[in-house]
Structure formats: structure tokens, C-alpha cells
Design a protein around this ligand. Structure first.
Ligand code: PBG
Length: 348
């Protein structure tokens, strides 16, 4: 039978006595003939509403420190945030994600700075919420920026200890929620962390704090520039393969997402983005839950580098990539290009 949602055009053609897709009566180029038809038949559209803008914050005042491997991205002191976040909000960007650059002296094996209500993340969240109460604030729940080892959890005998880390993550999420974070985004890939964070938030009364879980997060080389930006790369001992997923797997991504939903995730994410669009599509089809893609630092750096050389038209490839996330099933995209994209969308 004819499925209304996904028309079986082949069967339809046959039912009407034509051989499927018969040329010359069928010419798919007709709908591409003019800009207005192309607009009319476009299946997907990118809007500023789809974007989450990650920002990097540092201690101090009135300082911007460029991230060398991410041209156009600066680490900002918290006093500069109200202004840049205001611009993002005016462009229609619904939410920003806060990531800290933590000074070496504050990185310890027990990651205690992650739980400090005065840490740079909490300061940033308070500054943003004070100036712009109506923009969403996402906080990364993971220990790596605060860890002397650069790992996302507490390291014991060379191994990232799962259950001990859960306890820390719950407390970290509470500290961030107290500062005003709207969305806790665990990026650590410990087993059971979504449930632990949900329980911790609920027990502290933060029943409305949402959880966007980095559900299918791969052990990827695309995070290199981000680790420069937050200063965790130089600290990192070894790799993250004992907790982040193997890029060879995608059935396993469905198990990860399913578990996170069962533990209370409100939204899920696939990360990295461009090299994992197949995973994104499978997740969206299987679970029909708000699903996000992280257009990672490495993806941003690739396009910026080629654009700077004049090898690619940066604006066009960037917009094409963001649209590709939508086509693959993303409800939203975390991207360092959010402000650039929203500016281009506004210009039309
Ligand atoms: C930390 C974290 C990472 C990213 C987001 N949160 C890096 C990592 O897991 O090493 C990557 C972001 C990017 O590359 O843009 N847990």
C-alpha cells in the first residue's frame, strides 16, 4: 500500500501504468528550474532556533585569548560574556554552552575545583543569567578541565574509576544548577551517569534542570582543538578509549542512547558530527527523541583552515554542513559557527 509519510514513488508510478521514473515525462530538474521552486520543495531548513553556541571562559577581567587552532574563537573573561551572549540572543540563538579553561594550579587528581561554586564555570553562568535570564545555558558535566590527568573521571591505578566518578558528577551538576544552568550535559561517558545526575538534581530540588546527554560520544581525534581551548590536551595522559566509544560501532550507539533515555535523559547527542551522520540518523529513527549533533572543534578547524587558504568557500561549506545535520535527523546542532550561521541566516 501507499505510505503517506514516505511515498513509495516507484509503486505509485507502476499503479498509474508507467514504468518507474520514466523519462521524458518525469524530469526531476523541473523542480530545480527556479529559485522559487527550489525554495518551495526544500525538505529541510536551517534556522537560528537549531543552534547552540559553545563559549570558552577564563578567569580575570576584560581579556580575550584567541584559540590558535580555532580561528575566530576566543576564550573570554566572564565580564565580557554578557555582551557576546546578548549578540547571540539577538540573532535568535536559543542557548549557549559554557566550557572552562582552567589554570594548571587548579587542576588536581581529585578534581575538587569542579565542585567549587566559585569556579569559572559557575561565575560565567551567573554572569550570563543575570544579564540574559531568557537564554538557555548548557553546562558540560565532566571532570577533564579540572583533572591533573586530563581525564573525564577520577583516575585510580591508571583506570578511570566509574562509580566514584558518578558521585562527583552528581555534585558537579548540582553546583552548576545552583549557579543557574538550565541543561546539564554529561560528556564523560561513564556508565550510569545520567541516572546519577538525575537523582542528584532531583534530590536538590532541580526538577526542571534538563539533561542533554552526550549519549553516543566517540573516542575521536576531532576533539584536538577543543582540548587546546580548555587546556586539557597537554594534561591528558593516554587516551579516552576505555570510556568513549569505538568509532567502529553504531549498534552500540543505540544501546548507549537507549540506556540514557531510560535513566532520564531529556535530549541526546551524537558526537562528533560530520563523520557520524549515519549514527545520528539511526538514533533519530530508533528513538524519536530530541537529538543533537556536536559539530566539533576539529570539524570547525578543518573548514576554517581550508577557507583561510582560499581552497573552500568557508561560509558556503559551513552552511552546507549545518544543513546536513538537519537532513540526517538533528533537532539542533552545537557549533562554534553558530553566530556566523545565524548572521548569514538573518541576512537571507
Ligand atoms: C570534555 C569534552 C570534550 C568535548 C566536549 N566536552 C573533549 C573530550 O572529550 O576530550 C569536545 C568538543 C569539541 O571537540 O568541540 N568531556
Amino acid at each position: 500500500m501507499f505510505d503517506v509519510k514516505r511515498p513509495d514513488w516507484w509503486a505509485l508510478e507502476e499503479a498509474q501504468g508507467r514504468s518507474p521514473g520514466a523519462f521524458p515525462r518525469t524530469r526531476l530538474r523541473r523542480n530545480r528550474h527556479d529559485a522559487w521552486t527550489r525554495r518551495l520543495v526544500a525538505e529541510h531548513r536551517l534556522s537560528a532556533d537549531d543552534l547552540i553556541w559553545p563559549v570558552f571562559v577564563i578567569e580575570g577581567t576584560n581579556t580575550r585569548v584567541p584559540v590558535a587552532s580555532m580561528p575566530g574563537v576566543d576564550r573570554l573573561t566572564t565580564d565580557l560574556l554578557a555582551d557576546v551572549v546578548g549578540k547571540a540572543k539577538d540573532l535568535g540563538i536559543p542557548a549557549i554552552a559554557v566550557f572552562p579553561y582552567v589554570e594548571d594550579r587548579l587542576k588536581t587528581a581529585d578534581c575538587r575545583e569542579a565542585l567549587n561554586p566559585e569556579n569559572v564555570v559557575c561565575q560565567a553562568v551567573r554572569a550570563i543569567k543575570k544579564a540574559h535570564p531568557d537564554i538557555g545555558v548548557v553546562c558540560d558535566v565532566a571532570l577533564d578541565p579540572f583533572n591533573a590527568d586530563g581525564h573525564d573521571g577520577i583516575v585510580r591505578n591508571g583506570y578511570v574509576a566509574n562509580d566514584e566518578t558518578l558521585e562527583m558528577l552528581g555534585r558537579q551538576a548540582i553546583v552548576q544548577a545552583e549557579a543557574g544552568a538550565d541543561i546539564a550535559a554529561p560528556s564523560d561517558m561513564m556508565d550510569g551517569r545520567v541516572g546519577a545526575i538525575r537523582d542528584a538534581l532531583d534530590a536538590s530540588g532541580f526538577i526542571h534542570c534538563r539533561i542533554m546527554s552526550y549519549a553516543a560520544k566517540y573516542a575521536s581525534a576531532f576533539y584536538g582543538p577543543f582540548r587546546d581551548a580548555v587546556g586539557s590536551g597537554k594534561a591528558l595522559k593516554g587516551d579516552k578509549k576505555t570510556y568513549q566509544m569505538d568509532p567502529a560501532n553504531s549498534d552500540e550507539a543505540l544501546r548507549e542512547v537507549g540506556l540514557d533515555i531510560a535513566e532520564g535523559a531529556d535530549m541526546v547527542m551524537v558526537k562528533p558530527g560530520l563523520a557520524y551522520l549515519d549514527v545520528l540518523r539511526r538514533v533519530k529513527d530508533a528513538f524519536a527523541i530530541p537529538t543533537f549533533a556536536y559539530n566539533t572543534s576539529g570539524e570547525y578547524a578543518m573548514l576554517k583552515a581550508a577557507g583561510a587558504q582560499g581552497w573552500l568557500d568557508y561560509d558556503r561549506v559551513m552552511m552546507e554542513c549545518l544543513l546536513a545535520f538537519k537532513r540526517a535527523g538533528a533537532d539542533g546542532i552545537l557549533t562554534y559557527a553558530a553566530v556566523e550561521a545565524a548572521t548569514l541566516l538573518k541576512r537571507g
